[in-house]
Ligand binder design. Structure first.
Ligand code: SF4
Ligand code: SF4
Length: 420
């Protein structure tokens, strides 16, 4: 029997006439879980999304720091204390600096501040302190906001991996890494993981038929483009290189995330999959329980100890903590305040900033936070181990919200599907 298919133009016409059916990947997975797999005629576009720590995030800025002729070339530059790399263009005598800042760079002044927090501040429109040292030792200081920057372009060298690895520490010695907000205690005292399972863009397009170089996507809410496959991309673990203008980004979707090894950066990607044929539709039928999540030794990251799946980490849990102020004992040292990776708790819980990582519930000794984080079971050398979840490094709520935002934009025609 011939496979049913349609052209992208036909889908665009249906969108223009208000007849297209656009579903999020989660809505498709819910139908599949209920035994109601949608037919080809019932879906035109599926939107996907993911949000999590994405260490490959960097930004390119052009910043005016002085009058033309005031210095020859920048040798060193700091934005809110976060070092950038001046160049590649030297901008000789122009009084301005082109630079690249890594989302993973750390402030030289504040241990808890880094590139991810800086990007969020810039997108919020906050003033940023700029310090420049020229090659002849001149020092210049100024403040800028994003409105002053002709260029504020984000580039992700490897974002939105199709699949990730969870980590545990099987040893007695605690391990410091970016894969947990606190030192990972062992043996098997806690687990951390990334990835949004059935919502992840490349889980829904595993052969990269649609989400590939040239595809339009949302990067932290801004329309961007896939430049190609990212670094370390492979058939088994593909990921994407993406770029978008930061001026249109939403600070909800990108920011800093403190880890035991210093501040990191989280970012969000959403992609639309036009359902051009039945095979493309079938690829979106994936559900969390179908997606394997290897559990590896955090020391070295490559020794896989066992397997779980995304249903174990994202189902039968709560996605956000509940804070009970009456249970707070006003401890001299509040471990929640100290550890909350996004700064969502500073005596009050800021739900907008909260990432749902679980560190508050894990850390508060008096139970002022309640959250169902879940326990993950897997076999190691034929022995069943059960490990509590201590740190989620992806946020399913932001991922879902971005996929829903993209669904809305596709449906109302404000996001053009581009060319496949
Ligand atoms: S650790 Fe818990 S009880 Fe103590 S101050 Fe922080 S939130 Fe309150
Ligand atoms: S879950 Fe708790 S620790 Fe994590 S971001 Fe939210 S308030 Fe902070």
């Amino acid at each position: 029997m011939n496979m049913k298919s349609r052209t992208l133009q036909e889908i665009k016409q249906k969108i223009a006439s208000g007849e297209a059916t656009v579903l999020t990947a989660e809505e498709v997975s819910d139908l599949v879980r209920n035994g109601e797999e949608p037919e080809f005629e019932e879906v035109d576009v599926v939107t996907t999304g993911t949000c999590g720590i994405m260490s490959g995030t960097a930004a390119i800025f052009h910043i005016k720091v002085g009058e033309p002729g005031s210095f020859k070339k920048a040798n060193r530059i700091l934005l809110n204390g976060v070092p950038g790399f001046p160049g590649p263009c030297p901008n000789e005598w122009l009084g301005s600096v082109d630079l690249i800042v890594y989302g993973t760079s750390h402030s030289i002044y504040h241990d808890d501040y880094g590139g991810g927090f800086l990007f969020q501040d810039i997108i919020k429109g906050n003033e940023v302190e700029v310090e420049v040292e020229s090659i002849s030792g001149d020092k210049l200081k100024t403040t800028v906001t994003m409105d002053d920057m002709g260029t504020a372009q984000m580039i992700g060298t490897r974002l939105a991996f199709k699949n990730y690895t969870a980590f545990v520490n099987p040893s007695l010695e605690s391990v410091t890494s970016i894969f947990n907000a606190v030192n990972m205690e062992g043996p098997f005292k806690g687990l951390s993981f990334s990835g949004c399972g059935e919502l992840n863009p490349l889980q829904n397009d595993p052969h990269m038929r649609i989400i590939k170089g040239g595809a339009k996507v949302l990067l932290s809410g801004s329309e961007g483009m896939v430049l190609g496959q990212g670094t370390r991309s492979s058939d088994e673990k593909p990921n994407l290189m993406i770029s978008a203008d930061m001026h249109q980004m939403d600070p909800l979707y990108v920011g800093g995330f403190k880890t035991a090894a210093g501040p990191e950066v989280f970012n969000s990607v959403a992609a639309a999959i036009p359902i051009l044929n039945e095979d493309i539709l079938k690829d979106t039928f994936i559900t969390n329980k179908d997606i394997k999540l290897p559990v590896a030794d955090i020391r070295g990251r490559h020794q896989v100890l066992g397997f779980t799946d995304y249903a174990s980490v994202w189902e039968n849990i709560t996605e956000r903590p509940v804070y009970y102020p009456e249970g707070c004992q006003n401890c001299e040292l509040c471990l929640v305040r100290e550890r909350c990776p996004t700064g969502a708790y500073k005596g009050n819980l800021n739900e907008e900033i909260c990432f749902g990582c679980g560190m508050c519930d894990y850390s508060c000794p008096h139970g002022a936070f309640q959250m169902k984080r879940g326990k993950i079971k897997f076999s190691v050398d034929d022995r069943l181990v059960e490990v509590p979840m201590v740190c989620r490094q992806s946020d399913i709520i932001r991922a879902r919200k971005l996929a829903e935002d993209l669904k809305k934009r596709v449906t109302d025609g404000s996001f053009d599907l581009g060319e496949c």
